[in-house]
Design a binder for this molecule. Structure first.
Ligand SMILES: Nc1nc2c(c(=O)[nH]1)N[C@H]1C(S)=C(S)[C@@H](COP(=O)(O)O)O[C@H]1N2
Ligand SMILES: [Mo]
Length: 426
């Protein structure tokens, strides 16, 4: 499945960078983009183009082309790859095979602590109680009858990037290093609407959200203005009901905050005036800092970016290469992305080439002519709040290497004289 690295859309017929079949000649009189098609001899007839083909029957639901081999990779934690799916704890998005800014629903990364329950929407209920005047039990249909919002946001596991805290295994792809982040459109009811419905006590500034899976994942969420304004209970994903893996029939969506707070199979919201100190925010999802103390409630996802092509295990040729990748920030919109092709010595601005949405992945790209000499490429994102993605050295100086979560340092890919692209620490 994933053994043939290559360009974003691989086909069975032409694995590897399809651009590499042609030799690109870049001269001063040829634009960089023109260089992509400068190789082939002039051709002006349909004889160069395959004939038309008869079609298959139409169907109720469409599948990917048989020529496109694309999938997630189930993994069992840092360094635990190629495991039996029954041992997997997460399944990573193939960032190196995707284009644009959205993640196809079936390729949205997945992190489930006790498997995927298949809940019956007719039986499922959401209890809202605690420090409220009118506790409520809602059905899925109750929720769907309420005013809704739709929002395109990333969800990112706090474990994303954990492969590179201590070492950089040079056999990793960007799917291995960064595949625990995805961007979908989610539809549901604003938390604020539900808060009004149950008449939350003004003194309540924390909310417990609990899932209906066997793991019983439950998290205390501080009710800041930002969270009250942006959190929502989703029942829709990319225009259809949530998939079971992503919390069917309803989940909490917490734009910009750690993946773990986006409670799936949501069964309970409880309002209170202090955190509940569940095992998910004490034993788990706390950060062991360099000084041996643990940091709790580090909830926001940092400013991040990664070059997805060329990236780990790909091969490039000298000449024109379009560098592309994804940037995102839990603080808001991406303001700019810079790329270095000389190991972080000098930087050039990348172009942001899809609509830039707050707390969503943004695609960037930059023209590059590789001179064939070994080098390192790296990207650096800045968000609208002025947060700059840290380089690895200063990130580790601050966080130490005891920690496991919220890794968001700049990602370096080394390129050797043969054009082999590999994961590197800096
Ligand atoms: N009930 C419940 N909610 C959960 C989880 C879980 O195991 N059970 N996993 C959490 C974690 S750790 C993450 S990163 C996200 C993953 O969401 P996804 O699988 O839709 O990508 O869901 C969170 N919500
Ligand atoms: Mo997670």
């Amino acid at each position: 499945m994933m053994d043939q690295p290559g360009n974003p859309i691989d086909t069975v017929e032409s694995p590897g960078l399809h651009l590499s079949r042609r030799r690109f000649i870049v001269t001063s009189s040829t634009s960089l983009a023109g260089a992509v098609v400068a190789g082939p001899a002039a051709a002006g007839s349909l004889a160069e183009v395959p004939p038309r083909e008869p079609g298959a029957d139409l169907s109720a639901h469409s599948e990917r082309s048989k020529f496109v081999k694309i999938g997630r990779i189930p993994e069992a934690g840092p360094g635990k790859r190629n495991v039996d799916p029954s041992d997997a704890i997460n399944s990573k998005t193939p960032l190196d095979r995707l284009v644009g800014g959205l993640t196809p629903t079936d390729l949205h990364y997945e992190r489930s602590h006790a498997g995927v329950p298949e809940l019956d929407p007719a039986k499922h209920r959401l209890l809202i109680h605690g420090m409220v005047q009118k506790p409520l039990v809602l059905s899925v249909n109750d929720l769907k009858a309420m005013p809704s919002i739709s929002r395109i946001v990333f969800i990112e596991c706090t474990g994303n990037g954990w492969e590179n805290w201590k070492t950089a295994d040079e056999n990793l792809t960007v799917q291995n290093t960064h595949g625990l982040v995805s961007t979908n459109e989610w539809t549901g009811v604003p938390l604020k609407f539900l808060v009004g419905l149950v008449a939350r006590d003004r003194a309540s500034n924390w909310m417990l959200a609990e899932g209906g899976d066997a793991a019983g994942v439950d998290r205390s969420i501080p009710l800041t203005d930002e969270i009250l304004n942006e959190a929502f209970i989703a029942y829709g994903q990319n225009g259809e009901p949530l998939r079971p893996a992503h919390g069917f029939p309803m989940r909490l969506v917490m734009p910009g905050f750690e993946g773990n707070l986006n409670i799936k199979w949501l069964r309970r919201l409880k309002f209170g005036d202090q955190p509940w100190m569940t095992r998910w925010e004490t034993a788990r999802y706390t950060q062991l800092l360099a000084n041996g103390k643990a940091e709790q409630f580090q909830l926001r996802m940092g400013t991040n970016s990664v070059i997805t092509s060329p990236s780990g295990m790909m091969e490039i040729r000298p000449g024109y290469n379009c560098i592309t990748g994804l940037a995102w920030s839990g603080y808001g919109k991406i303001a700019n992305v810079e790329i270095s092709t000389d190991g972080a010595r000098s930087w050039k601005p990348a172009e942001l080439n899809n609509s830039v949405l707050p707390k969503a992945q943004t695609r960037f790209q930059m023209d590059w002519v590789w001179d064939g000499k070994p080098t390192k490429i790296v990207s650096r994102a800045t968000d609208e709040k002025g947060n700059v993605q840290p380089d690895r050295k200063s990130f580790i100086a601050q966080e130490g290497t005891n920690a496991l979560f919220h890794y968001h340092a700049q990602q370096t890919w080394s390129i050797d004289a043969a054009g082999r692209v590999r994961n590197a620490l800096a």
